[in-house]
Design a protein around this ligand. Structure first.
Ligand code: SF4
Length: 372
């Protein structure tokens, strides 16, 4: 049970310069982003950083700070510089890593110099080669984002501080594209790490590329990726696979959504509202609201973190479905991300919609480890 802050995700901008068809923010059930200011104001930044300092004094361990959006660079250079200076005056980078998740299209050398000075690592969203990426990651007018993103990655790679700056790529699995093409393309970009997410979905809205609860398109895709990964003599790190391997050997996961560890995550919206993990948004409109809509302007983060509601959200990681509780892979799978368990009928009291995928992938990893 998490009663501390592990990660604070700051929505510096509530809009995006892309319009990806699978986006959980703009294409999901939730529409509250429309009421948010487009950018976080200087006043909100000041109050937020004070709240984070206050929180750091009330817990013995640090926390990760993630700049997110929408597209976080839409905050603009001056205000981002202001936010980062304020954060770095109070938080050292060892205990308080700052990272930024971007689509890469707005990256410039000036931004990268700032991130280098402020010790901010950058992860770029790209789904693979042009064909894979253009299946969903397009502009509002339907134009490909591929060239701009690849240009951003090349800028990152060519920066003198790229070893620190470039954290890696984050891709949504496109099950119709071969894992080999995806792996080879991302590796060719020189990424130090490639992480993967599944397409959003739940029991009422099947994820793209999945034909039923019983089908295993994603488990097969990941199993193929595992074979490619393990047979590469110079592999590029795949954190989501490393986590499953570690969990299968009795270790812990580094991220939410696997294993039985719970993580204390808070989201700060551009107006300063404190929200639950925003991946819950896909379940229903308002799923990420706390019952009292607190704002950093009036409320210390500790009041939310010590609330029974925060504890309940952290405990959502532990599945309640009897299928999961009796499952041989529960220790490793952990029931998957809560958003994937949702159905209008049972709430989160279901196995993951990716249950069969998780199961065959974990079995694959276990038999591979057994053979070593
Ligand atoms: S594999 Fe399926 S039943 Fe087992 S813990 Fe994961 S979601 Fe639950």
């Amino acid at each position: 049970m998490a009663v501390r802050l592990d990660t604070v995700l700051i929505k510096t901008a509530s809009r995006c310069n892309l319009d990806c068809s699978y986006c959980y923010v703009y294409q999901g059930e939730d529409t509250s982003w429309k009421q948010q200011p487009k950018k976080m104001s200087v006043e909100t930044i000041n109050v937020l950083v004070n709240r984070l300092v206050e929180q750091s004094q009330s817990q013995s361990v640090g926390f990760a700070i993630v700049l997110h959006g929408g597209e976080p660079l839409l905050l603009g250079y001056e205000r981002l510089q202001y936010l980062l200076k304020l954060l770095r005056e109070s938080f050292n980078h060892e205990l308080y890593p700052i990272s930024l998740q971007t689509n890469g299209g707005l990256l410039t050398k000036k931004y990268l110099d700032l991130f280098s000075d402020m010790k901010v690592s950058v992860s770029v969203s790209i789904d693979g080669n042009r064909l894979a990426n253009d299946l969903a990651r397009v502009s509002r007018s339907g134009q490909s984002s591929f060239d701009d993103t690849v240009k951003g990655i090349h800028l990152l790679k060519s920066h003198p501080d790229n070893d620190f700056l470039f954290a890696g790529t984050l891709s949504v699995v496109q099950p119709s594209i071969s894992p080999l093409d995806t792996y080879n393309f991302l590796k060719s970009l020189g990424t130090p790490s490639m992480d993967f997410l599944f397409q959003d979905g739940n029991h009422d809205k099947l994820p793209l590329g999945k034909i039923s609860f019983e089908s295993t398109e994603y488990g097969s895709w990941m199993s193929e990726l595992l074979t490619i990964y393990l047979s590469d003599k110079e592999p590029v790190k795949i954190p989501c696979i490393d986590d499953i391997i570690r969990l299968s050997m009795g270790g812990k996961s580094s991220k939410e959504g696997k294993g039985q560890e719970s993580f204390g995550i808070l989201i700060i919206e551009t107006d300063g509202e404190i929200r639950k993990n925003d991946t819950l948004r896909l379940s229903f409109d308002g799923a990420d609201f706390f019952s009292v809509r607190e704002n950093v302007r009036d409320t210390p983060l500790s009041r939310v973190i010590n609330s029974s509601e925060f504890k309940a959200v952290s405990e959502l990681q532990t599945p309640t479905s009897s299928t999961c509780l009796n499952c041989a892979s529960l220790d490793v799978c952990g029931g998957g991300m809560p958003l994937y368990r949702w159905s209008d009928q049972n709430g989160y009291d279901n196995p993951s919609i990716f249950c069969k995928d998780h199961y065959i992938f974990i079995e694959n990893i276990k038999s591979t480890l057994h053979g070593i």
